[in-house]
Design a protein around this ligand. Sequence first.
Ligand code: AMP
Ligand code: MG
Length: 346
Amino acid sequence: MKRFLLGLCILLLLAGCSLTPSTPSAQVQFFAMDTLMSATLYGSHSEDAATLLQQEVNRLDRLWSRTREESEIFLLNSHAGDGLSLPLSPETVGLLTAAQEATTASEGAFNPLMAPLMDAWNFTGESPRIPTDAELASLLPLTQTPTVLDMTKLEGYLPLVGQALDLGGIAKGQAAQQVTTSLLAAYPDLTGGLLALGGNITTFGEKPDGTPWTVAVKDPENPEGFLCTFPLLGSCATSGGYERYFEAGGKRYHHILDPDSGYPADSGLLSVTVVAEPTLTDAYSTALFVLGADQALNFWKTHPAAAAMELILVAEDRHIYVTQGLADGFDFLGEESGYTYEFVSR
Ligand code: AMP
Ligand code: MG
């Protein structure tokens, strides 16, 4: 069984970062939340801001990791089913609340309780494996009873023995949101910046050369290639089966699971990019990847949670659906690789 761990940065900053000589800047790159993080910040105190950014991401990783024993999520998981209500920070309550909202809005396609199934597949371990149908069927009920949260007391617990939270589908987006807010509060003289927390990209302010921040969507079938670029002032995130997977018997098994079956989602999509505020981009890129193109576009057209959202859906038949709000400045690069695209309106 061969295992691949492909680049986790889904979107690449394409536009130049040429500086005017007078603009102070800082760059930082580090590993956290099981992926590569990087940022470029401009303005006075950008070095201090970059240090704060790294500290903040690492602090949230210590709070939300499910493998670090000091984390609040590890504590919740290790007490699952014993009836003990555990103290939680407001940040963790905020994250769990956002996760539950995404679960409700996506009718269960986003499920923060997939940890027992993720462990059964062991995507991140040395020897990933294909669980039996019976094993998956025995684990699925653990994902259907939500975390109990007491918002006023800041406490919570998992009701069933064997339940466990895996916030890998939302934590980086929530981190992007919180860290950007903290940076701008602490260093209001930052003039601009780009944060890439795994596949979650956030830009703010201006680039020193005055050109717009521009991001590119990778070709899911060719890690070297790009399908399109578009200007981004705000946040986007991409989810795709190509990010993390293993192959067995000539078949690919990727890390985004369908909560209905426990198997890797097989909805006809290769990747989903969501443009919105960071927590939403992360949770909904995962959820809409599970739902597939028809349901994702229906969600975008009708659901209030999608009111300020734009999508790029890359389908297995090499057709790309781009929602209308991204048409301005959209540059298609996928023609030579056999892709087609269309703009979709509400
Ligand atoms: P992302 O790269 O943001 O799409 O997140 C994928 C990660 O979210 C996986 O590696 C799992 O940790 C977790 N995950 C897998 N399937 C789901 C799901 N259906 N809902 C929520 N989280 C999931
Ligand atoms: Mg996600």
